[in-house]
Design a binder for this molecule. Structure first.
Ligand SMILES: *[C@@H]1O[C@H](CO)[C@@H](O)[C@H](O)[C@H]1NC(C)=O
Ligand SMILES: *[C@@H]1O[C@H](CO)[C@@H](O)[C@H](O)[C@H]1NC(C)=O
Ligand SMILES: *[C@@H]1O[C@H](CO)[C@@H](O)[C@H](O)[C@H]1NC(C)=O
Ligand SMILES: *[C@@H]1O[C@H](CO)[C@@H](O)[C@H](O)[C@H]1NC(C)=O
Ligand SMILES: *[C@@H]1O[C@H](CO)[C@@H](O)[C@H](O)[C@H]1NC(C)=O
Ligand SMILES: [Cu+2]
Length: 319
């Protein structure tokens, strides 16, 4: 009861105090060059900065005004170079990127544009979670770099048009089921100069996320050593995940057939809850994930735990 009340207070405090404190991808940068005016980002939904709450929330794919590719330009990018996404609270690229109460991972996915985001098409190309050495989350880094976060377009990728989905997952209320916050936006990219290899089959979004994934139902106010980034590991050409076994990777012959069985796991329940999951190879964060929590953090009982939680919550500015 007390625990329930505390959770509710926390939720209300954040809702009341931080209604504006959300974020959106304002601009991409292609190989370091700013692409201004939201060009190549799918048109924003009304309330462009609002999160999508829970794994079944509306607009979780791209938070876009229309589900189709209309009204979006496609930006050229060379395979092997970086795409940078830039998060900001307001409709400009000078405002603060994201409120410091927000903690959580960042993920980038790509899929063939022709699929328009539907089906088992999404391949994870970058992720960054929690770094236990520095005790920082990807969101902290995003904020301190002015909102920017990078992924490298694989050099091996075949030329063509792709939909890039960049997302931040904010966990400040994620200990309450259904309250995790997704901040995705989608960018249209035309890859040139690539190595000719097609994307492997991917996962479907949002069904890759389950409400009780350890990285979705997560309590940042009880102590943690690690954080399991949800979804399959980052895909790298030349490696294949073993279906059904989370993040185990096998080398396949370098330059192997493009039809390799490099399937990202299409059975997300196993891939995301596998306790042996290492969280995969983060694109830019050596301590990005790893390990797993066994769910005990979800238990909400005991005076001591409640006091500690309250302290943690206060320190994190949740109240
Ligand atoms: C991201 O990529 C851009 C362009 O390549 C580069 O200028 C910037 O330093 C990169 N940032 C990080 C954190 O790697
Ligand atoms: C987030 O970024 C803003 C703007 O750069 C900065 O003023 C603020 O101190 C940062 N917050 C944290 C917690 O790093
Ligand atoms: C591209 O981004 C990655 C991180 O994703 C970074 O390690 C690398 O230095 C960046 N490359 C350039 C040329 O900035
Ligand atoms: C799954 O991974 C474990 C630990 O790495 C390994 O022992 C096991 O053989 C793998 N199972 C399959 C089906 O590949
Ligand atoms: C979960 O963690 C607790 C505390 O570390 C431990 O006592 C318990 O045995 C673990 N349970 C499982 C299923 O690993
Ligand atoms: Cu917010």
């Amino acid at each position: 009861m007390a625990c329930y009340l505390l959770k509710q207070l926390a939720a209300w405090a954040v809702l009341a105090g931080g209604a504006w404190a959300h974020t959106h991808i304002h601009n991409p940068y292609i190989d370091g060059q700013l692409v201004d005016n939201g060009k190549c980002v799918r048109p924003y939904m009304d309330g462009f900065y609002n999160p999508v709450r829970g794994v079944t929330g509306d607009n979780i794919l791209c938070r876009s005004a229309s589900p189709g590719p209309e009204n979006t330009e496609t930006c050229n990018i060379k395979a092997g170079t970086n795409v940078t996404i830039e998060f900001h609270e307001s409709m400009d690229h000078v405002s603060i990127p994201i409120h410091p109460t927000h903690k959580g991972p960042c993920i980038m996915w790509i899929s063939p544009l022709a699929a328009n985001g539907a089906g088992n098409v999404w391949v994870k190309i970058a992720e960054q979670g929690y770094n236990p050495e520095t005790k920082t989350w990807c969101i902290d880094d995003v904020n301190s770099s002015g909102g920017k976060w990078n992924a490298t377009i694989p050099a091996e990728l075949e030329d063509g048009e792709y939909l890039l989905r960049g997302e931040i997952i904010a966990l400040h209320q994620a200990r309450t089921p259904g309250m995790v916050e997704f901040y995705p936006n989608c960018v249209h990219l035309r890859v040139t100069g690539g190595g000719g290899q097609p994307l492997p089959p991917g996962v479907s979004i949002p069904s890759v996320y389950k409400a009780d994934d350890p990285g979705i139902l997560f309590d940042i106010y009880t102590p943690y050593r690690s954080y399991p980034i949800p979804g399959p590991p980052v895909f790298k050409f030349g490696t294949a995940t073993v279906p059904g076994n989370g993040t185990t990777t096998d080398k396949v012959a370098a330059g192997g057939p493009p039809t390799n069985t490099a399937t990202t796991d299409t059975t997300p329940t196993t891939s995301t809850s596998d306790p042996s999951s290492s969280g995969g190879n983060s694109n830019s964060n050596p301590g990005g994930s790893g390990g797993n929590r066994n769910g005990s953090h979800r238990v909400c009982s005991g005076k001591k735990r409640r006091r500690r939680r309250k302290r943690e919550a206060a320190r994190h500015g949740e109240f």
